[in-house]
Write a protein that binds this ligand. Sequence first.
Ligand code: 4NP
Length: 159
Amino acid sequence: MSQPLRVLFVCLGNICRSPLAEVVVKSVAETQGLSDKFHFESAGTGSWHVGGSADPRSASKALEKGLTLENHRAQQITQLNIHDWDIFVAMDRDNRDSLIRMGAKPEQVLMMRAFEGLEAAPDVPDPYYGGAHGFEDAYQMLKENAQGLLDDLLAKYVR
Ligand code: 4NP
């Protein structure tokens, strides 16, 4: 059997959006018997929260949806570990730009919201500071794109 595709979900702090993206997509993959095709993790481009738990608001959103972030520990993606991954799924354009500055190839970086049939993928807005888009919105955006992302990965990168 071929090696699993190594897919890293990326946001800024790795405590709100990308950990939730990781468990949402992982659970859809599991229900479809695709677990052995992928290795999913998440990371932040910033170092502030390294080693810390998921934001409690993200953790409770996960629980509400039958998922868990209990074992999440934040990690950082840098130019030192950028080559450990096949594909990056960026939550927003800043994350994407950061990944490319670290040495990711543009074609390795997908946008999380690229699967809504829009011409340009919108960002998953950062819910950390509050504001118009909260954690339920973030969850809905992730859920809406999970199947399209998996289909795209299967079609293009998984043998
Ligand atoms: P995330 O949200 O990128 O979705 O994990 C944030 C978490 C923490 C910070 C910024 C965004 N922060 O500045 O500490």
